[in-house]
Structures are given as C-alpha cells and as structure tokens.
Design a protein around this ligand. Structure first.
Ligand SMILES: CC(=O)N[C@H]1[C@@H](OP(=O)(O)OP(=O)(O)OC[C@H]2O[C@@H](n3ccc(=O)[nH]c3=O)[C@H](O)[C@@H]2O)O[C@H](CO)[C@@H](O)[C@@H]1O[C@H](C)C(=O)N[C@@H](C)C(=O)N[C@H](CCC(=O)O)C(=O)O
Ligand SMILES: Nc1ncnc2c1ncn2[C@@H]1O[C@H](COP(=O)(O)OP(=O)(O)OP(=O)(O)O)[C@@H](O)[C@H]1O
Ligand SMILES: N[C@H](CCC[C@H](N)C(=O)O)C(=O)O
Ligand SMILES: [Mg+2]
Length: 487
C-alpha cells in the first residue's frame, strides 16, 4: 500500500508530504512499537503513558522503518519523519485503512462492569439467530472454530485491525467488542466501523489512570461523542445512576437512543423472580410481553442480557428471536461461574469482581438464594488503584458472613501490605496470603445452604508476583478443593 493511501485525508497537516515522495512510498505495515518494526513498515511514535515513543525512532529506523509519523520533529534520523497532531488517532485510522476488512456489523460496549458479559451474550444471541458471530474482549477472542485467551480488554489498533481482517476473512459478519476507558482514551477504537454502541453502568475503576470520576466518565462517553457514527443505535442501561447523563451525551451526539432495564423504554424489565441458579424475567418490547428464563444467577446478569438483546435487536435480529436466545445463553468465563457444589449442596462460584461495585453486586446477588452463609475470598491487585482496597474490605465485611483476604496479582508490590490495607477495613476477616490455601480453607468451611464466591480473577490463568506469572486458576483450585484433592 502507498503511504498516501494509508494516511487518508483526515490529517491536513500531512498534505504537503503526501503530495511528495513520502506519499508515494510503498509501506509494508505499521506499528507503534519499535520492537515490532520490520523493513518497509511505518513506525508511529506515540507520546505514551510510560515512555515517549519518539525515543525509539532511531531504533525503528535501524530495523528498517520506511517512514516515521510522530508528534514532533526528529533530528539525525535516516528516514523521513512526518508530524501529526494526534499520533494515536493516526495509528487507529491508518491501521483500519491498512487492514481494510472488518465484520460488517460491529458493536462496542462500554461501562465499568458487564462489558465482557454483554459482548459474550451479544455474540451468543447473534449465533443463535444463525449469524457468524465473534466477540473480542478481556477473556479473549471467541469466533466460530476459534477461542483465544485474552490480554487487553481493547487491543491496540494494529493488533485489533489485523484481527478484524482475519475474522472477516473467516466469514464472521457480526462482532461485539469491549470498549475500555483506556481504549477510548487512547483512540484504540477510532478506526472501527461501528453499527451500534452500548453503555452498562459507571462505578469506581482505574483511578490510577483517570484523575477524576468525571474524566473516567468522559473517556467512556467518547464511544458516543467520537467513535460511533452519528445516527447509530446507542443502547443504554437505564437503571444506573449515570444513565441519564449517558443518554444525554448519546442524544447530543445525534444517536438513536434505546434504553433498556426497569426504567428502559426499548426493552422494559417488568418483573424478576430469582431462582437458585437461574431467574425468570418478564420483559416488554413495543406492545408485546415476553417471559424469559435466564439460566444464570445474579440480577446484574438480567441487566447485561437486556443490553445484549438491545444490541442484537438494533442490529437486525427479531425481538422474539433475541429474547428466546437468552434462555440458552451461557455466562462469560469466570463471571459468576458455578465451579461446583460441595457434598452438602453448598455452591461455589468464581467471579471476576475486582472493583468495589462489582464486589457489592455479586455478593448482594447471591444473598436471595443463599439459605446459609455467604463466604468470600478476594484480594486486590498490586500496581493498581490503591484507594479501592479499604472500600472492598468494607463491602466484603458488610455483605458476606465469612471474609478471607488473600493475594490477587500483587505484581511489583509487597503482598502483605496490600492485604493489610484491605484488612484495616475488614474487621473479623481471616488473612491467608497463599491463594491456593485461602481457597482450600474457604471450601473446607462450607456448610449446607452456604454460597462461596472466589472473587477477582475470574477467567485468569495466572498469578503475578515479583515479576513472575505462575499458572493459577481459581476454577481449578475450587474444583480441586471440592474433590478433596490436596496438592
Ligand atoms: C497504561 C496503558 O494503558 N498502557 C497501554 C498503552 O501504552 P502507551 O501507549 O501509553 O505506551 P508506553 O508504554 O508509554 O510507551 C510509549 C510508546 O513507546 C513504544 N515503545 C516502547 C518501548 C520500546 O522499546 N519501543 C517502543 O516503540 C510503545 O510501544 C508505545 O507505543 O498502549 C499500549 C498499546 O495499546 C498498551 O499495550 C499499554 O497497555 C499496558 C500493557 C496495560 O497494562 N494496559 C492496561 C492498563 C489496559 O489498557 N487496560 C484496559 C482496561 C482493562 C479493563 O478494565 O477491562 C484494557 O483495555 O485492557
Ligand atoms: N451489570 C453489572 N453490574 C454490576 N456488576 C457487574 C455487572 N456485570 C458484571 N458485574 C460484575 O463485574 C464482574 C466483571 O464482569 P464483566 O467481565 O462482564 O465486566 P467488564 O466490564 O468486562 O469488566 P473488566 O473491565 O474488568 O473487563 C463480574 O464478574 C461481576 O462481578
Ligand atoms: N483489567 C484489570 C484486571 C484486574 C484483575 C485483577 N485480578 C487484578 O489483577 O487486579 C487490570 O488489569 O487492572
Ligand atoms: Mg471486560
């Protein structure tokens, strides 16, 4: 591809250069990571959160970069360096032009909690409606014949567009993806051609990255005010304290706002009846009323299911088909996933709640069907928002009967000091640093009617401490403990 075709016309500051020799350069690809540059590629130098990409221009040139795009000029470099105002946006739009193909119908979902679940449910509804559907998110990529373990919630633009092209080539026509606040703030989604956008809720998260909650909300809202094409359906959970503001942003941006939930008008939740590990909901759409048995525990899953059904309907699935599909939906990996039952019938779940609102919701949502005690095992990640630690300690103490504080990816921090920050707000909790032992202890305490929640890691397959990631799965540990196997 010629550089002028890669660059497109969204960057008038490149005008002169595109008309000259640089525009006619044949380019072999693009990356914002100098370590991934091979001969003929374009290196986009990004002023990042940790490093300034322009420090690596010489490295990229040495590796054979044909051209460099950066925020400023550079001296003593053997390759042309072109300047753009926003290199992150350039990377996103250029990656989309380079790879070109995307599934025709794409939806992105943002919000503090529920993104992975909504993306997963949307994929399943589309698939049950007979469409070739995929999801991209925290748990990885799932598509017909494909299941890759994930890392970032929203991949960087070059990886994302390479993936979208692969999915499209494999026949995928529908894809649901998560839009994290980092992803939106860093323009990772700007080259994605979206047919619909969705919002679940807003709570405390990523206070290590966003200076204020307002800033965090504003980042989430870029899905509506910047990325989603004007006039598209915006599906919004109407039952969150931030819903009204999200609706306003989406309306002001000229979208077709469709609200769902108890206060929703597109899909209205009339009634919910909690069963032990499923729930029954009455949902109205237009003049019709649908009765749906959702085979998942947790009232928050109804909210996620409604957002997903809203996306599916807004992108062409009949309401009847979308709502019927909810009856055979599976939870996303590690989201209030039933790991097993003790011999006495007590239930043990694995859940990805690693932030206050999620912990609060998950503990509250198992209470209605728990006749005994609620037990929780959890920790807080290292090198992440430290403010959430006492908040989560308080929530666990208030909502669970037995609290066990353990490690959850301490990363570079001292594990004991993370635990002590939680313990300060969790009087009566038991502290067991080793997560394997903490889970075994919790399982050994289970009595008839009890429910255990092992929170924080969900689908994760490792425990990171001191720079090393060791294989670790909450699901496997709970199952081992339930079988009484010690290792
Ligand atoms: C804080 C953060 O979001 N960092 C992400 C961000 O990095 P950055 O652009 O700020 O880059 P940087 O590390 O400052 O480096 C600047 C530039 O120098 C480049 N570089 C660096 C070294 C070198 O030798 N050569 C070189 O060219 C880097 O590639 C980069 O382009 O952009 C990179 C590319 O997209 C991401 O890989 C990186 O994710 C890091 C690994 C990360 O941990 N991110 C997490 C916090 C994250 O993004 N999480 C969200 C939300 C999770 C959720 O709640 O669901 C997600 O979407 O996953
Ligand atoms: N609608 C919701 N409201 C509140 N809590 C929820 C909701 N949906 C899920 N949760 C809780 O949040 C956890 C994470 O859910 P999910 O993975 O679907 O969200 P996410 O937005 O993708 O999170 P992350 O940003 O961590 O990837 C769940 O395990 C559950 O505890
Ligand atoms: N996307 C989140 C996941 C956190 C999961 C939890 N297990 C932890 O390690 O804190 C993050 O990287 O902050
Ligand atoms: Mg997620």
């Amino acid at each position: 591809m010629l550089f002028r075709d890669l660059a497109g016309n969204a960057f008038p500051e490149l005008g002169q250069a595109l008309a000259g020799d640089a525009g006619a350069l044949e380019v072999a690809g693009l990356s914002s990571d100098s370590r991934k540059i091979t001969p003929g590629m374009v290196f986009v130098a990004i002023p990042g959160t940790k490093a300034d990409g322009s420090r690596f221009i010489a490295d990229a040139a040495e590796k054979g970069a044909a051209l460099v795009v950066a925020a400023g000029s550079a001296e003593n470099v053997s390759v042309p360096v072109l300047t753009v105002g926003n290199p992150r946006l350039f990377l996103a739009l250029a990656a989309s032009r380079f790879y070109g193909r995307q599934p025709e119908t794409m939806a992105a979902v943002t919000g503090t909690a529920g993104k992975t679940s909504v993306a997963s449910f949307t994929r399943q509804i589309w698939a049950l409606a007979g469409l070739q559907a995929a999801m991209i998110g925290t748990t990885g990529v799932i598509a017909p014949g494909r299941s890759d373990y994930g890392s970032l919630t929203t991949p960087d633009p070059a990886a994302l567009h390479a993936l979208l092209a692969e999915l499209s080539d494999a026949g995928v026509t529908h894809a649901a993806m998560e839009a994290s606040s980092h992803g939106l703030d860093q323009y990772r989604l700007d080259g994605v051609r979206l047919a619909a956008g969705a919002f679940t809720n807003l709570g405390r998260d990523h206070m290590d990255y966003h200076p204020t909650v307002e800033d965090y909300f504003a980042a989430k809202m870029h899905l509506f005010d910047r990325v989603l094409p004007k006039g598209s359906p915006a599906i919004i959970n109407a039952d969150d304290p931030w819903s009204e503001r999200a609706v306003k942003v989406a309306r002001d941006a000229g979208h077709d706002v469709l609200t769902v939930g108890r206060n929703g008008t597109f899909l209205t939740l009339k009634r919910v009846e909690q069963k032990r590990d499923s729930q029954f909901a009455e949902i109205s759409h237009g003049s019709e009323i649908f009765e749906v048995r959702l085979p998942l525990a947790g009232e928050f899953q109804i909210s996620n299911a409604l957002v997903a059904a809203g996306i599916a309907i807004a992108t062409g699935v009949e309401a009847k088909t979308a709502l019927a599909a909810l009856e055979s939906i599976e939870g996303a990996a590690g989201r209030l996933q039933l790991a097993g039952r003790a011999a006495n019938g007590a239930l043990a779940y694995v859940d990805y709640a690693h932030k206050p609102d999620a912990l609060e919701k998950v503990l509250a949502s198992v209470r209605p069907f728990t006749t005994g005690r609620v037990l929780v095992v959890f920790g807080c990640g290292g090198d992440r928002d430290t403010g959430k630690r006492p908040i989560m300690g308080e929530i666990a103490t208030r909502l669970a009967d037995v609290v066990i504080v353990t490690d959850d990816n301490p990363r570079s921090e001292e594990p004991a000091s993370i635990r002590s920050e939680i313990m300060k707000a969790a009087p009566g909790a038991t502290e067991i640093g080793d997560r394997h032992e903490a889970i075994a202890f919790a399982v050994s305490q289970l009595q008839q009617g009890d429910t255990l929640i092992v929170a924080g890691k969900g689908h994760e397959e490792g425990q990171t401490a001191g720079g090393v990631t060791r294989p670790f799965s909450d699901l496997a540990e709970v199952r081992k403990a339930l079988e009484g196997i010690s290792s």
